[in-house]
Design a protein around this ligand. Structure first.
Ligand code: ZN
Ligand code: ZN
Ligand code: ZN
Length: 241
């Protein structure tokens, strides 16, 4: 947090040093990223990312889209970048990044988005991606379920203030549930740690990872979580081979 001297902001545990939430998915066929927040460039450099074949957006809040133009580096070889988003989110992307969407003859190396509206499950390589509409305060945003070969591997719900029963049913028993767990105290648009854990109990994943963590939650609080629940941190890698 800018200008903050709290215990987490002064922590010497590198996992307490957090950039904006996103995930990068590598499969044998292709690689894609979910959200390109303000820190996308820093994250791509840190993780030495060489390949992004598509981008999927959860919603259009600035902490999830403002790194969009840095996708140009990954679109250069192909000449365009497939962009997957709900109709509402795509409309915001088109407005904010009009220079990219409406460029007539983009200069070589500029980002040329190829929009794909997400209204149903879709595939990237052999991964099936199912949109999971969830409330995020007064708006609805998309989480996503990633499945391969019929195995439900990851449910990513980075920003939500609840999980409707029909969505919980779709992801029941998923291998990894990555879910908004902003802080100990309630928040109007995000789940608190306790709310996230209650929802996770109903979903019964093999492992739960809290994400979108604010500076009110220290990594050391992981010791107080129930078995199978963890606090995600920047650079965390999960393997599903
Ligand atoms: Zn702080
Ligand atoms: Zn948000
Ligand atoms: Zn967010």
């Amino acid at each position: 947090m800018i200008g903050c001297d709290c215990a987490v902001c002064r922590s010497t545990d590198p996992r307490d040093n957090r950039l904006r939430s996103s995930i990068y998915v590598e499969t044998p066929e292709c690689a894609f990223v979910v959200d390109t927040g303000t820190d996308f460039r820093t994250q791509a450099l840190r993780e030495n990312i060489r390949r992004v074949d598509a981008v999927i957006f959860t919603h259009s809040h600035t902490d999830h889209i403002m790194g969009f133009d840095d996708l140009r580096r990954f679109a250069a070889a192909r000449g365009y970048m497939p962009v997957y988003a709900s109709p509402d989110t795509m409309a915001d992307l088109r407005r904010v990044f009009r220079f990219a969407f409406e460029a007539e003859n983009p200069f070589p190396g500029y980002l040329k988005p190829e929009p794909h509206l997400v209204t149903a499950p879709f595939s990237l390589g052999e991964t099936t991606i199912t949109p999971l509409p969830v409330p995020h305060g007064k708006t609805t945003v998309n989480g996503y379920l990633f499945s391969r070969g019929g195995r439900r591997l990851v449910a990513y719900l980075s920003d939500c203030s609840g999980v409707p029963p029909e969505i919980a049913e779709l992801i029941r028993g998923v291998h990894a549930l990555i879910i908004d767990g902003l802080r100990p105290l309630p928040h109007p648009t995000h789940l608190s740690v306790r709310q996230a854990l209650e929802i996770a109990t109903g979903i019964n994943p093999k492992a739960t990872y809290l994400t979108h963590i604010a500076h009110e939650l220290a990594q050391s609080a992981e010791a107080d979580l129930p078995a199978g629940a963890y606090i995600a941190y920047d650079g965390l890698k999960l393997d599903f081979e």
